[in-house]
Ligand binder design. Structure first.
Ligand code: HEM
Length: 509
């Protein structure tokens, strides 16, 4: 017997808002018992800027969760405490490796209740942190969205979260649509499957357009230097000053260090849903696709365990959403259905169009990561080597380090007191852009049509390289050439990555 197709209501997933809550996030906890939390978050940016947040939190009483009733209240409480927690950890001269009981005790309880980790996940900063400006307008429109809170108070930070919110809302109808497609494939109803796939492809194109709007109001330098540091977790954060992670104090005296990844859009259930429903498989990073010979040899044996960053991120999604993904995986049949019916051209073309649109969205995302993370991190590196910085290092050698208020600097920031050497080290980690490119390339792999297969596996040629006007490329300057020999740790959002130089800038994909 086939497993039954998941029903959205069983996982708290909205047929109209998808992974965003059906009931809009609360703008305030109704019980005045929680006024102190609300007051801190209402003044979060000022408290971080004046470096008074830690003192205020330390003096807070440990509030109970007894006053939280509906799910929306638990979600608001989680969001408030996550913002306070990350403000507390990262909003000082150096990070705090202890979260005091007034935050950690309720946060641990609430996280358990909601089945999320006790850190600022994508759910805390995006899914449960928005409001519509006009109640009678849709929330899939960036012009109708505002955030409830931010660390910095900047428009850039709000925009960074809201682009994701709008994408979640615009993508939401794809979820019931594709469950219908799965049911139709079971019934061998190719017409319905084709029509669902066509609509999916068009919607993903809409999502790409929304993603592209990131450039409108989120400045890469503000993102890199001001926003990203607050989203950092406690895993692989030795260089940032958290060698063991963070202690969540509960007053028992038996607490041990905990380590969690930081918030990242890789924790979006929507994108993992797309991959699952289309039968896209992500291999462990660095692993190549098996050849047809290896595939044949593997027939009849269980597939290798799928450990990669993308699947690890499921642990950072709200529990019911992660369970939904697992259950959809058990019924995903579209790839097999299309392969078995590859002679049905409209069906095959519709399926390939979905892959192609999703691949192109990942292309745009790579360009964004290049502009918002890779380029600013290179600039920091270049500055750390400049004669000016070297002079300043000498001048600073006897003095203390000067830092922008309220920001605990991260791994790749050159350590002036250490001759800028501290972070230039081999890590054996994964290269960020290589990881993202692999995810992009895997998106195209299941294509059915010969033409699409060829189109999606083509190597991009860098604009203006090796042509008549640009002349011959300098040796080693090609797009896919890794020229740099030193490895530099580069914190992404949830992951800690090595810097790879196989990127040529934002337009080169
Ligand atoms: C300034 C904007 C953005 C930056 C700098 C950025 C950066 C990153 C980074 C560094 C990663 C690697 C994992 C990590 O370290 O967390 C990642 C992965 C990912 N991001 Fe983004 N991201 C941005 C916007 C978005 C948006 C708006 C979405 C969609 C809602 C998105 C979806 C994803 C997904 C799905 C992954 C997992 C890799 C994949 O499936 O291809 N990102 N992002």
């Amino acid at each position: 017997m086939l497993p039954s197709i998941p029903v959205l209501a069983d996982y708290g997933i909205s047929p109209t808002h998808g992974f965003l809550p059906d009931v809009l996030p609360l703008t305030r906890l109704p019980d005045p018992y929680y006024n102190k939390w609300e007051a801190i978050v209402a003044n979060l940016q000022g408290l971080i800027l004046s470096r008074r947040l830690r003192g205020v939190v330390d003096r807070l009483p440990v509030l109970s969760t007894i006053g939280l009733e509906h799910d929306a209240e638990w979600r608001r409480a989680y969001m408030l405490l996550c913002f306070m927690a990350h403000g507390y950890i990262w909003g000082g001269d150096s990070p705090s490796d202890r979260l005091p009981a007034p935050i950690s005790v309720p946060l641990l309880e609430i996280a358990e209740h909601l089945e999320v980790p006790p850190v600022a996940t994508y759910a805390a900063v995006c899914l449960w942190n928005f409001k519509p400006l006009f109640m009678d307008e849709e929330i899939d429109n960036l012009e109708n969205l505002a955030t409830l809170t931010t660390f910095t108070g900047s428009l850039d930070e709000s925009w960074f979260y809201l682009v994701s919110v709008a994408m979640e809302a615009r993508g939401a109808p794809i979820i019931p649509l594709m469950l219908t497609a799965i049911a139709a494939a079971r019934e061998d109803d190719a017409t319905t499957v084709t029509s669902c796939l066509n609509t999916f492809a068009e919607r993903v194109d809409d999502l790409s357009a929304l993603l592209q709007r990131m450039h409108e109001s989120c400045d890469p330098h503000i993102f890199y230097h001001r926003i990203r540091p607050f989203l950092a977790g406690s895993k692989n954060m030795a260089d940032a000053g958290l060698p063991q992670g963070v202690i969540y104090e509960d007053g028992s005296g038996n607490e041990t260090y905990r380590q969690y990844a930081g918030g990242s859009n890789a924790q979006s259930s929507l994108f993992q849903f797309f991959d699952i429903v289309l039968g896209i498989e992500h291999r462990p990073t660095g692993e190549k696709k098996a050849t047809s010979g290896e595939e044949a040899e593997r027939q009849g044996r269980a597939p290798p365990p799928n450990h990669n960053f993308i699947s690890e991120m499921r642990r950072y999604m709200p529990g019911p959403h992660a369970r939904f993904l697992g259950d959809v995986q058990a019924v995903a049949n579209l790839r097999g259905y299309v392969e078995r019916n590859s002679a049905n051209r409209p069906l095959a073309v519709a399926y390939d169009a979905c892959l192609s649109m999703l691949r192109s969205l990942r292309d745009r995302h790579i360009a964004i990561v290049t502009r918002y993370i890779v380029i600013p991190s290179r600039e920091v590196r270049a500055r750390s080597r400049s004669p000016e910085t070297t002079r300043r290092r000498v001048n600073l050698a006897t003095g203390s380090r000067q830092r922008a208020p309220g920001i605990a600097y991260h791994a790749e920031e050159p350590d002036a007191a250490n001759g800028g050497k501290k972070n230039l080290k081999g890590t054996g980690g994964t290269a960020l852009i290589s990881f993202l490119k692999q995810a992009r390339d895997e998106t195209g792999e299941p294509a059915v049509e010969e033409w699409t297969k060829r189109f999606m596996s083509r190597r991009p040629r860098a604009e203006g390289q090796g042509d008549f006007f640009a002349g011959k490329p300098e040796e080693g300057a090609g797009l896919e050439v890794v020229a740099d020999t030193e490895e530099v740790t580069m914190p992404g959002l949830a992951g800690s990555w090595t810097m790879d130089d196989d990127v040529g800038g934002i337009c080169n994909y």
